[in-house]
Design a protein around this ligand. Structure first.
Ligand code: FAD
Length: 441
């Protein structure tokens, strides 16, 4: 691709990944982003009421997210993340029942076995039945998983002996935060992929990682630096309004000529900008995420992370520990996936409800004072991971030679994640390189 002019529209992780990959192959890259910063759905900002830098939403990656971590390595920002050596998550319910999901010393897929054998949120009979279903998932293989795309994971689990309580108290602990919906609304193909890749394939695949700084520091300046060192151009605050094989037109009428164009935009935007490349919005739908930040005057949560079942809290992150924020108080962030009902609730009411729930769950919180709160909401945080999603997700290749697609919503096999976005960018550049070598042949 040496000397080839590549325009990348959209600087979320998919666009950044494509731009970085194309530049590393010697292309002259122009990356165009509508907003003033790079990072798309992963960014941080100064929360106006507290003056604290918070993320648009708590993001985690897993040990199996190798492409995302490789991107940060390339950008020189991997040191701004941390990862558990192996998975360890405390899980509890409102009644105080407790379990731990932790990888032990046994080789995969047995590494979670010992902690699961003591997982106190399921009865011994439920644990046995869950092991049976885990075995059935392991036996599926890639084509068996793909064949389940029209089935909901909830239905598949019930057909494999799982009752509602087990779905809520074990399966959704994993599926809700990774797929951004509950098993009943998630494609069994996607969910079984997540269980296989995240929980079972390797001992380290399920370890949880996070940024130890605001998310913007991971990609914004590092990607600009990486591209400018390789002769790339980054245009921010400029939207692409049209694209074809000859290049893109910006919203002020400027034309940027190109030999290849990567559209790394949300699906509706992609269709709008280049209808021949995506003749219709694929209609994947959206799933929201809400985060509630609570600042207490003292520590309330031990450990960096806690998963909660049968409670609106879902997952709780100790931001003070994760970010190395100064004490003596503690900043916790509650990440609420598939937060359809919470989207319409006024922020102050949400903060109050979550504060009461935290006090119910954590005895140490009962005497604490809530010093401040903040709420972030994103109605279109991810595409809906519903049954039938796979056939709605196109690959990178389009009917327009030289115009390719990227984005977490394209056909990566992953749910809407940072990993899926990065992989889609790499696949888009592989497609361009393939088209070019075809041209030369
Ligand atoms: C609150 C929240 C929490 C999440 N938690 C996790 C998590 O824990 N783990 C995880 O892996 N994933 C998580 N995700 C999902 C993850 O952030 C996304 O899947 C991923 O970042 C999407 O990247 P993308 O590049 O495909 O799309 P986007 O980030 O949406 O990028 C598209 C870009 O295109 C730009 N754009 C749009 N129109 C134009 C135009 N006309 N011209 C130029 N630019 C344009 C947009 O401004 C944007 O920057 C979360 C998402 C949210 C919102």
């Amino acid at each position: 691709m040496r000397g080839c002019r590549v325009v990348v529209a959209g600087a979320g992780l998919a666009g950044i990944s494509a731009a970085v990959e194309a530049a590393s192959r010697g292309a002259q890259v122009t990356l165009v982003e509508r907003r003033p910063f790079l990072g798309g759905k992963t960014f941080s900002f100064t929360e106006p009421r507290t003056g604290v830098e918070v993320d648009n939403g708590q993001h985690i990656h897993l040990g199996c997210c190798t492409a995302y971590m490789a991107l940060l390595e390339r950008l020189g920002s991997i040191h701004l993340t941390a990862m558990q050596p192996v998975l360890r998550v405390d899980v509890r319910d409102r009644a105080g029942m407790h379990g731990v999901l932790a990888a032990g010393r046994l080789p995969a897929p047995l590494h979670l076995g010992p902690s699961f054998a003591r997982y106190g949120l399921l009865s011994p009979a439920e644990r046995l039945r869950a092991l049976g279903a885990l075995g059935a998932i392991a036996a599926l293989g890639p084509s068996g998983r793909a064949a389940l795309d029209d089935v909901s994971f909830g239905d598949w689990l019930r057909a494999h002996g799982q009752r509602d309580a087990a779905i809520e108290r074990f399966w959704d602990v994993v599926i809700l935060p990774t797929c951004n919906d509950r098993s009943d609304r998630v494609s069994a193909a996607l969910a079984s992929f997540v269980i296989t890749e995240g929980l079972m394939r390797t001992r380290h695949g399920s370890a949880i990682g996070w940024a130890v700084t605001g998310l913007s520091a991971l990609v914004d300046a590092p990607a600009r630096r990486y591209l400018s060192r390789r002769g790339g151009v980054v245009l921010t605050g400029r939207a692409v309004s049209a694209a074809d094989a000859a290049g893109v037109t910006l919203d002020d009428g400027t034309m940027v000529a190109a030999d290849a164009v990567v559209l790394a935009l949300p699906p509706g935007r992609t269709h709008h900008v280049c209808p021949p490349a995506l003749p219709a919005d694929p209609g994947l739908g959206e799933s929201p995420i809400v985060n509630v930040h609570l600042w207490y005057d003292r520590p309330v949560l031990d450990g960096p992370v806690l998963a909660v079942v049968d409670s609106p809290v879902q997952w709780m992150f100790n931001r003070t520990a994760i970010m190395g924020e100064a004490g003596p108080g503690q900043h916790v962030a509650l990440s609420l996936s598939a937060a359809r009902s919470e989207m319409g609730v006024p922020r102050a009411d949400l903060a109050q409800t979550m504060d009461s729930e935290v006090r119910h769950l954590l005895p140490t919180a009962r005497r604490a004072t809530l010093d401040a709160w903040a709420v972030t909401k994103d109605a279109s945080a991810t595409f809906a991971p519903a049954p039938g999603q796979a056939r709605r997700r196109p690959g990178p290749c389009t009917p327009v030679q030289g115009v390719v697609l990227a984005g977490t919503w394209t056909c990566t096999g992953w749910p809407a994640t940072m990993e899926g976005a990065v992989r889609s960018g790499l696949a888009a550049v592989r497609e361009i390189a393939g088209q070019m070598s075809g041209d030369h042949a």
